[in-house]
Design a protein around this ligand. Structure first.
Ligand code: FAD
Ligand code: SF4
Ligand code: SF4
Ligand code: SF4
Length: 398
């Protein structure tokens, strides 16, 4: 029987899932069993859409459809918890198993503490995450640096620090992510700053780091982070869907070394990226200049997991007048003031901004300063944020 705290190598028993899975298909096997055994009513996973750059969320109720979601999509930058809030009533009426990266896990916690999702009904199957690549940047990067037509790419993977693509005519090409980032491509800026590499907030944290020896490439390292996670693994194993063994001691050490190295790199990237904005008045000038091209499309608000009001106060005519484009700086200040302490650095407000305004960069920088001041770190547990201590108006309901 699996218990909270177990560190396992796991792989699917079914040979089809084993082959299709990114690293042995443990996640797919666990999700399929959760649905078949009635632990959950539905699975929310991510599936290749039009091509490898198009990661589409999919809600599955037929266990036979789960195998189609196997594999990792590194251009899958979508944020899943807000979809659960918006379209699935916050999982109020159904039990759902969901795959998620670290930023998804943090978003889920921030939504849960604001009463927007029901965590009791959600099984969080976490994926370790070294970073994701914006789909548009991915296409440009493959055209310009790989010198390959992105429409011919049938598979992409990240292995040993390289971004590797495979084309329909069997070509393989890998380039170091460090080199890609030096040329302005590679992982999203927020991913470069991210330190949630093994999402232990989830019920399970699954990844390939630390899988060595014969199991390398054929199994996933599963950290069992909660009793719900133990239930998922125990059930899959006892129903013959999953094979597990204790993780190798040396593998454990390697995994922790990699995590430490990723933290150091993220600290370096934070320093470099924050320094570009200057400090004090210079930073304010930088933000005002960047936001001056805003077209008030509301994408940064719509997709932020921390913004959840039905009627956005920026749309009431005061303090931001209606119909003014670009909006006055108060539009942005209003947004910043509501989420400053709770920004989880998910990057949505930057990636989806049609005017390429580096919103997430400022928000993350402000959040880090507030964390230093008040000690509140968003997304790691269910502690209330600093601003949530103020009474929310009634309109901020789901
Ligand atoms: P599978 O059985 O293949 O199942 C994978 C599941 O992941 C599927 O259910 C699918 O729906 C879901 N999924 C695919 N793409 C996404 C996405 N973009 N967002 C949310 N869900 C998704 N592991 C590491 O140890 N180190 C890393 O640096 C690392 N980086 C990753 C970066 C990304 C963007 C992703 C998606 C995964 C990363 N992983 C990393 C995890 C690893 O690639 C495997 O997903 C994990 O080992 C599970 O393998 P599996 O064979 O059991 O999964
Ligand atoms: Fe992964 Fe962190 Fe980027 Fe999210 S923000 S995709 S968890 S690296
Ligand atoms: Fe302005 Fe960009 Fe936000 Fe749209 S997404 S409102 S353009 S900052
Ligand atoms: Fe994510 Fe931007 Fe909201 Fe921060 S402000 S949580 S980066 S969408």
């Amino acid at each position: 029987m699996t218990i909270k705290g177990d560190l396992l190598y796991a792989s699917a028993s079914d040979s089809g899932i084993l082959k299709k899975g990114e690293c042995g298909g443990a996640v797919t096997a666990i999700l399929k069993n959760a649905l078949e055994s009635g632990i959950v009513d539905a699975v929310l996973a991510v599936k290749k859409g039009y091509d490898v750059f198009d990661a589409s969320p999919v809600l599955i109720t037929n266990p036979e459809d789960i195998a189609d979601t196997a594999g990792s999509l590194h251009c899958g930058t979508l944020l899943i918890p807000k979809l659960i809030k918006k379209y699935l009533d916050g999982a109020e009426g159904m039990k759902i198993a969901v795959t998620m990266k670290g930023c998804d896990a943090k978003a889920m916690y921030e939504l849960a503490k604001r009463g927007q999702v029901n965590l009791d009904n959600i099984y969080m199957v976490g994926l370790n995450c070294g970073g994701s690549v914006s789909p548009m940047v991915g296409r440009d990067m493959i055209t310009e640096v790989f010198e390959i037509d992105p429409d011919t790419v049938v598979k992409e993977e990240i292995d040993k620090g390289q971004f590797i693509v495979e084309t329909s005519d069997g070509q393989h090409k890998g380039i170091s992510i460090d080199d890609l980032e030096d040329e302005g491509f590679g992982r999203r800026d927020n991913c470069q700053r991210c330190k949630t590499k093994i999402p232990r907030q989830c019920d399970l944290a699954c990844g390939n780091w630390g899988v060595i020896g014969e199991s390398a490439g054929k199994a996933t390292f599963v950290e069992v982070c909660s009793d719900k996670g133990a239930e998922l693994v125990t059930s899959a194993e006892s129903n013959g869907a999953l094979k597990t063994e204790q993780a190798n001691e040396k593998g454990l050490m390697i995994r922790s070394k990699i995590e430490g190295a990723m933290f150091k790199l993220a600290d370096k990237r934070r320093e470099e990226q924050f320094a570009k904005m200057g400090s004090g008045k210079d930073r304010l000038d930088f933000i005002m200049k960047e936001t001056s091209r805003c077209i008030k499309c509301y994408q940064c608000i719509e997709n932020c997991p921390v913004c959840y009001c039905i009627e956005c106060s920026s749309n009431e005519g005061h303090p931001v007048p209606k119909g003014q484009i670009p909006p006055p700086f108060t539009f942005h200040v209003n947004r910043y003031s509501q989420i400053a302490d709770s920004c989880i650095n998910c990057g949505q407000c930057q990636e989806l901004c049609p005017m390429d305004i580096p919103n997430s960069l400022y928000m993350h920088a402000v959040q880090i300063e507030m964390e230093d001041m008040f000690g509140y770190e968003p997304g790691v547990n269910l502690d209330l944020p600093v601003i949530a201590l103020a009474e929310e108006p009634a309109k901020c309901s789901k």
